[in-house]
Design a protein around this ligand. Structure first.
Ligand SMILES: Nc1ncnc2c1ncn2[C@@H]1O[C@H](COP(=O)(O)OP(=O)(O)OC[C@H]2O[C@@H]([n+]3cccc(C(=O)O)c3)[C@H](O)[C@@H]2O)[C@@H](O)[C@H]1O
Ligand SMILES: Nc1ncnc2c1ncn2[C@@H]1O[C@H](COP(=O)(O)OP(=O)(O)OP(=O)(O)O)[C@@H](O)[C@H]1O
Ligand SMILES: [Mg+2]
Length: 264
């Protein structure tokens, strides 16, 4: 696969680029700080580390939001991140809220994707409750790999004010995380959206991140044709078609909702 690792010098440049971005975005908004959901996963952990560095731990608030399908180890890791960084944080159980939604619309009961996405959207509502109340921005935790294939919930974990790590591929997220001091056991975790039991990103996508990142870097974000990418990576045509299909079908998630053109 393609070697997307940064050199030591690039790692420092990236760290400064992201922390500068967070500071400038918060300053430009006149915000008093930021809030983010802490899942114990690598994306929110890296974002928390960089935001604490950018804004100061006092200006960052974490929300740990377990649901019935959340893994206990992930939830204790989320609290560990808040404690290690000395952030203020709340633990808010989301399942009673998800239960209210299903009482209001019982037809969706048992629909794994609809209910899973509702969990992500409940977390977004809670992030904005805190942001509105405390004059904070909501920090997104999405990376380029997830964004490119639409592997996030529209108006769920995608409902944020900025994407600090949005131009890093997943492998680069792991590398930068280690560079800024995230403990190895967190940096090495299996990525999961945690929306239903047993879910993992790679199983649901049908691709491992090494392959996905390489196809994105060369073909979707890069200049190579499908055929040249295939030759370069030695992957089969199906993997490239899968990534291109996911990228094209998820364009609506990366764009503002459209309206008809103005009439003359
Ligand atoms: N062409 C189009 N133009 C405009 N809007 C369009 C559309 N096609 C669908 N839509 C709308 O989008 C909706 C589908 O999008 P969405 O609601 O997001 O739902 P969907 O993409 O079906 O599901 C979200 C996916 O992201 C994964 N996820 C979610 C959260 C976190 C993470 C993670 O990595 O941690 C991963 C989750 O496991 C699942 O595979 C449709 O119900 C419809 O409302
Ligand atoms: N139980 C949770 N409590 C708080 N926030 C959550 C929870 N689950 C998900 N989130 C939020 O949704 C975001 C998207 O989840 P995602 O799984 O993509 O990222 P991650 O868990 O940080 O990393 P990874 O992809 O490696 O699992 C998280 O980064 C976090 O901000
Ligand atoms: Mg996760």
């Amino acid at each position: 696969m393609l070697d997307l690792r940064f050199s030591e010098a690039e790692l420092e440049t990236r760290r400064e680029h992201v922390t500068g971005f967070i500071r400038e975005t918060a300053d430009a908004a006149g915000a008093d700080g930021a809030v983010l959901g802490l899942s114990g996963g690598i994306d929110s952990t890296l974002t928390a580390y960089l935001a604490a560095e950018a804004l100061g731990a006092d200006a960052l608030h974490g929300l740990v939001m377990p649901g019935t399908v959340s893994d206990d180890d992930n939830m204790s890791d989320a609290e560990r991140v808040a404690m290690d960084l000395e952030l203020s944080y709340d633990v808010i159980e989301i399942e009673p809220i998800v239960g209210s939604l299903l009482s209001a619309y019982p037809e969706a009961e048992g629909d794994q994707v609809a209910v899973g996405n509702a969990r992500a959207r409940v977390r977004a509502v809670l992030n904005y409750l805190v942001a509105n109340h405390d004059d904070r921005l909501v920090l997104g935790t999405g990376n380029r790999s997830e964004a490119a294939v639409g592997y996030f919930t529209k108006y769920g974990d995608g409902a944020v004010d900025c994407h600090p790590i949005g131009n890093l591929y997943k492998r680069q997220v792991r590398q930068l995380a280690r560079h800024v001091g995230v403990p190895d056991d967190l940096a090495e975790k299996t990525p999961t959206a945690g929306l239903w039991e047993g879910q993992t990103d790679e199983a649901e996508l049908g691709l491992d991140y090494d392959t996905l990142d390489s196809i994105l870097a060369l073909h979707i974000d890069g200049p190579l044709s499908a055929a040249a990418t295939r030759r370069e990576l030695g992957v089969d045509r199906e993997a490239i078609d899968t990534v291109r299909g996911l990228y094209e079908r998820s364009a609506h998630k990366r764009a503002a909702p459209p309206a008809p053109d103005p009439l003359p």
